[in-house]
Design a protein around this ligand. Structure first.
Ligand SMILES: NC(=O)c1ccc[n+]([C@@H]2O[C@H](COP(=O)([O-])OP(=O)(O)OC[C@H]3O[C@@H](n4cnc5c(N)ncnc54)[C@H](O)[C@@H]3O)[C@@H](O)[C@H]2O)c1
Length: 396
């Protein structure tokens, strides 16, 4: 829990949970030294706060249903110390209805009444980790209160620090906005991944097709294929909506289809890796493979739900020897796979039968990688700038 001192306008929200990884340590250090920011684990301190912002995880259970244990437990803790006048704002991504149906009854069990004694709102967290252009301040913030007073208080709170606040009519609507945004990405990524599968079948270069399509100045938006979707948002959040829709006897077919295609991509990378190895005359069971980049997104060290790890698992099952290099991930242990990054050298590139580029970190010199490698399977078109040795590159 981060505790901003009363009377000092918070430069960012007071967040229950960890700071995001892209919050700069130096910014935090200054606030801590000035006595404006404190990390505490004692819930009784919440009584000192006027505003409580919750950004706890919202994972899925094994059978893809919402796991609200973190929201429920933090709400129960808050109910114990809730006092009149406080605003509680949930920022975690979740299905429409969570704030009103799950949190509100727990909070009102304290004896305090929403809209009269305390205020409750949903305002989805919108963060693009690693994005240098958009930060908390200049990213428009959607806010929905469970009633008009909650709405007014929440808008007044966020407007202190965020350039543009967009009120919507309810907490339910605000929750739907966020899951729609992530569903929009999941569906469009599913679409370009399906194009990649079809172009592979038809002998077309999907990257050439997409690059040309995205020159259209209107009516289209760039999305790119890859080895699958990762992170803790795109692979998970649409399933929150899918689950809730079932309560209304509604089948969210786009979500299901996009999920199916996106989940298929690591298997496609395995198949294409084996195809390339066959062309090189190397049996998969005898091959040594270098996975270049294991994070789910370029220039980040986050491996949560990274498709690269699923690719590693599938290739290991086929008997290949696997090593990886990722400048942002010195080691990882995820989904039963534990590995350490190997330094990227001329020797390593030369001794591997194939380099599989799974994340397109911009710090890597891909022209050099292609020059030194025996062959490269590029699932991200990271080698687009490598003009020499193109015959050593196979694109997804
Ligand atoms: N990080 C992002 O880029 C991002 C972007 C948009 C939305 N979100 C959403 O925000 C939410 C949080 O994501 P995150 O990436 O910050 O997760 P995270 O796992 O990095 O951090 C969550 C923090 O909550 C803390 N926590 C859990 N239970 C708690 C409790 N009972 N009391 C106090 N703290 C508790 C955990 O210790 C952890 O530090 C999720 O719903 C996610 O979908 C995240």
């Amino acid at each position: 829990m981060l505790n901003f001192k009363k009377g000092v306008p918070p430069p960012r929200e007071a967040v229950v949970g960890d700071p995001r990884p892209d919050v700069c340590d130096d910014d935090l250090r200054v606030l801590v030294h000035k006595g404006q920011l404190e990390a505490v684990s004692d819930y009784s301190r919440v009584a000192e706060m006027d505003v409580i912002v919750i950004a706890v995880p919202t994972p899925l259970t094994k059978n893809l249903s919402p796991d609200l244990q973190f929201i429920e437990s933090v709400t129960r803790e808050l109910a114990r110390v809730l006092r009149p006048g406080q605003l509680i704002s949930l920022e975690s991504t979740t299905y429409p209805g969570t704030t009103e149906e799950i949190m509100l009854p727990i909070l009102e069990a304290s004896g305090l009444k929403v809209e009269r004694d305390f205020f409750l709102a949903h305002s989805p967290e919108r963060v693009d980790p690693g994005n240098a252009r958009f930060n908390t301040k200049n990213t428009t913030k959607v806010v929905g209160g469970v009633g008009p007073h909650s709405q007014a208080v929440a808008v007044a709170f966020y407007a202190q620090t965020i350039s543009q606040v967009v009120p919507v009519s309810s907490a339910n609507a605000a929750e739907m906005v966020k899951v729609f945004e992530n569903t929009f990405r999941a569906v469009n990524i599913g679409l370009v991944n399906e194009m990649a599968l079809l172009c592979d079948r038809m002998g077309l270069n999907v990257w050439e097709v997409l690059d040309a399509a995205f020159t259209k100045p209107f009516g289209i938006m760039p999305f790119y294929p890859g080895p699958g979707v990762g992170g803790h948002c795109i692979p998970l959040d649409p399933h929150y909506l899918e689950w809730k829709a079932r309560e209304f006897n509604f089948n969210t077919r786009f979500i299901a289809l996009a999920g199916e295609i996106n989940r298929k991509m690591p298997e496609f990378v395995r198949e294409k890796t084996h195809r390339v190895l066959n062309q090189l005359g190397v049996a998969p069971a005898w091959a040594k493979l270098l996975i270049l980049g294991v994070s789910y997104k370029r220039d980040l060290g986050d491996v949560r739900e990274s498709p690269a790890i699923e690719v590693i698992k599938l290739l290991q099952e086929a008997g290949s020897v696997l090593v990886y290099h990722d400048p942002y991930v010195p080691a990882f242990s995820e989904h039963g796979v534990a590995m350490e990054s190997t330094p990227l050298t001329d020797e390593l590139l030369a001794e591997c039968d194939l380099v599989v580029i799974a994340s397109d970190h911009t710090t890597i010199d891909y022209s050099w990688v292609v020059a030194k490698a025996n062959h490269v399977l590029d699932t991200r078109n990271a080698t687009r700038g490598a003009l020499a040795n193109r015959d050593k590159i196979t694109l997804l």
